[in-house]
Ligand binder design. Sequence first.
Ligand SMILES: C[S@@+](CC[C@H](N)C(=O)[O-])C[C@H]1O[C@@H](n2cnc3c(N)ncnc32)[C@H](O)[C@@H]1O
Length: 400
Amino acid sequence: MDSARPICLAPMAESVEHRYAANRCQAWTRELHRILCMQGGEDDGSYAKNSEAPASAVALSKPLLEVAIRSMKLFAGEASIRIADLGCATGHNTLSTMDFLVGSLRQRYEEEFGCVPEFEAFFSDLPSNDFNSLFRSLSVFPDKKKRPFYAAGVPGSFYDRLFPKGKLHLAVSLSALHWLSQIPESVLDRRSPAWNKGRAWIDGAKEEVVEAYARQSSEDLKAFLRCRREEIMEGGLLFLLMAGRPGSQPPANQLGDPESRAKHPFTGTMDQAWADLLNEGLIDEETRDSFNIPAYMRSTEEVRKAFEECSGFEIQKLEFQRIVEHSKEKQEEWIKDPDSYGMAKANLVRATLKPIAEAHLGPALSEELFRRFQRRSSEDTTMLHKTCFYGVIAVWAVRK
Ligand SMILES: C[S@@+](CC[C@H](N)C(=O)[O-])C[C@H]1O[C@@H](n2cnc3c(N)ncnc32)[C@H](O)[C@@H]1O
């Protein structure tokens, strides 16, 4: 359907869709662990087809992971080495990460002990993750190699315990920990100063909103570390890579330079798309204002502080890096064809936000939101010429 064409929905004030949205608007935020996931399947709006940024993050993490694994204690006499990927999603990144981890450890065991233990790989994500696609992809392992590990899926939130005490030798989490366990309660309260009017996210938001998110983020990271402290055995390694910001930036500046902030899919274009739905009478103000994206980019200091407050781990390395949003070739292709840019950007947003947008608005209106987003992205051609960046924090630590 053409994004500019009016859709067959009655004006919001009286419509069934409106009641649907109003009733559901806040319920999903308290059930985030049931809803939040990357879009499954393999179509154009799936996470598997829209994971370029996490793929760059995975590529960036490999040399760091290599260093971390090189310095990791080996466990002599263990029949199997147990590795968990927390927030694994599904798709190429998921398999290539585990393949890399097992390959690197196998090599070390071979070099240092002349024999290789068995490997158990635990793929963990929220229950709403598309584990079916993931399990299917395990049968066609890259390069038709024999899969060098036993595999299991572990559904659950990484903010809770997922494994028995001392079970794991290595746990990694890539491009996942910036997703919070919930939207802070105060941000959901219309009468609170932290009510996030007119914005879907917190970059540039009011102090009260940003503070509420920062508190939630700190509680969440500490809960994560307390769980992993129990599950990783002494000498085991925890490696995290998450979207983040440098220590010098305040939390209201989640994204760094002004262009990266303006172009990020959670900021300007997203707010315009919501405003379009409101101005067209398809939703009311409360429906718009009660939608919040549960993500937070921590600073290096915030990450360090959570480790310090949690004890149990010794940080080996903690650093911030920037990765460029797209390849030069992709950018040139899009400059010539802004419509395909709009489509690609809307698909990226579908891949990450569709489950929560649908929980908030229902499927029909959420699709309208993505169409408005697509149209706005295609129209904003000045942005196409800007080179923007994502910030990431990598940290690895040994379980003491
Ligand atoms: C951007 S994807 C990254 C996936 C993969 N690690 C990669 O590098 O491509 C983030 C993943 O984190 C998962 N996630 C978010 N919150 C989570 C939680 N509380 N517990 C477990 N997984 C979570 C999402 O479901 C999603 O699959």
